[in-house]
Write a protein that binds this ligand. Structure first.
Ligand SMILES: [Zn+2]
Length: 412
């Protein structure tokens, strides 16, 4: 396998394959949910690898694994790099994990090259980024950011009714001490997250590295349209109240509107439920989700305004009522221009084809960007597939992205 000095692609492959063995669904993709036996095994494996690389290694109060390669001046703000070690159900061996292992590989290379950085280099493997077990994301990164999570760790439960708090206790962790995980952000110069793209852009354009300049914001609404159940044959059009007639106008508008913006904005109605859902009855109720993602706040605002207007007009036309509830509102995040420039310089000098892009998926880095200079690097996902067992990124492509990150870290 081809390597990109000093990054060793074979070593990245070995570690990723070893990590993938901590999996509750062997043969059916990788499943490693937070606070499970597989997650514990992965943590112990990472700690052992971090120590073998000469890192000062610890597990923090919220289940993140942290390794520090000491720099010459330990008072200088550190450079940190990492991603998450949990997975979705039946996911792949790259999402999150590629970023953890790349950061570890960079630390190993620094040590082998006899390079002592000016500042500490911190490798971090975050706990519970995906949020699939407890239906809540970013437990580990919120932990180091010091966000108040006490309420959430009591309230959010998995499908067996186990709360995050109880899951933590099953790992002999003290949920009342999670504030000990908080970082002093004055002592952090930069945060870097290498991640697989999880979308088709790099692969379809034949590019090697993605430099992520922003992470999209998103809003999610749940809309319920109320109509009246009547005989579909005997009720004239002007005397009926059809919930689907209303909803379908709004849903068709969503896609048209996103396309008309032509700025990368995407809109999706992924959830749809019709009552009574019978061929010969006018629908009495239609519930649907309306989600929009964009790197432009104005586009999110315009969508919200348009959605509500469209709902009012369609409901009036079809003589229906409606409710709209906002479920989520995450603002778009601009990543560090300085760090993007440095990455671009590295890609240019190494001859990697690259482009600046935004991330359409959420990541730990988007939260950390509120606390320090942050950047993300993408490696191509084959056919854009991710969060499924077909997820694949060539190890050489991970090594290229890691080499660009290596240049960034040594240049700081
Ligand atoms: Zn991820």
């Amino acid at each position: 396998m081809k390597s990109y000095f000093p990054i060793n692609a074979d070593r990245i492959r070995e570690d990723l394959e070893a990590l993938a063995r901590f999996n509750s669904t062997p043969g059916e993709g990788v499943t490693r949910l937070p606070f499970t036996k597989e997650a514990r095994e992965a943590c112990e494996f990472l700690k052992e690898r971090f120590r073998a690389a000469g890192l000062e290694t610890r597990e923090d109060a919220i289940g993140n694994i942290i390794g520090v390669l000491p720099g010459k001046d330990r008072e200088l703000p550190a450079a940190a790099m990492g991603s998450h070690y949990d997975t979705v159900y039946n996911g792949g061996m790259f999402d999150g994990q590629a970023g953890v292992i790349s950061a570890l590989e960079i630390a190993r290379c620094l040590r082998e090259q006899g390079i002592k950085l000016e500042r500490d280099f911190v490798v971090i493997a975050f706990n519970d980024e995906e949020g699939v077990r407890f239906h809540r994301s970013y437990l580990g990164s919120y932990g180091i950011l010091g966000r108040d999570q006490q309420q959430a760790i009591r309230d959010y439960k998995d499908r067996d009714g186990i709360s995050i708090r109880e899951a933590m206790m099953s790992w002999d962790m003290d949920p009342d001490r999670i504030s000990e995980a908080v970082w002093d952000w004055k002592k952090v110069r930069a945060f870097i997250e290498l991640h697989i793209e999880q979308g088709p852009v790099l692969d379809s354009e034949g590019l090697e590295v993605g430099i992520v300049q922003s992470v999209v914001g998103f809003r999610r609404y749940m809309v319920t349209v109320h109509g009246r159940a009547d005989h579909s044959g005997t009720t004239p059009m002007d005397l009926r109240s059809d919930a689907v007639d209303t909803a379908s106008r709004v849903i068709a508008w969503m896609g048209d509107f996103a396309r008309s913006l032509n700025d990368g904005t995407v809109a999706t109605a992924g959830y749809l439920r019709v009552e009574p859902c019978v061929e010969n009855i006018v629908p009495s109720s239609c519930e649907f989700s309306a989600e929009v993602r964009s790197e432009h706040r104005e586009s999110l605002d315009a969508f919200t305004e348009g959605l509500k207007k469209m709902l009012r007009e369609s409901a009036e036309l079809c003589k229906t009522g409606f409710e709209i509830v906002e479920k989520m509102d995450i603002p778009p995040v601009k990543l560090s221009r300085e760090l993007c420039d440095r990455l671009e310089e590295s890609c240019r000098s190494r001859g990697f084809s690259h482009k600046r892009m935004h991330s359409g998926a959420g990541h730990d880095a988007q939260e950390i960007a509120s606390a320090c200079e942050t950047v993300m690097i993408f490696a191509p996902s084959r056919d854009g597939r991710s969060h499924c067992r077909e997820e694949w990124t060539d190890f050489e492509d991970i090594a290229k992205a890691a080499a660009a990150a290596y240049d960034l870290v040594t240049g700081l």
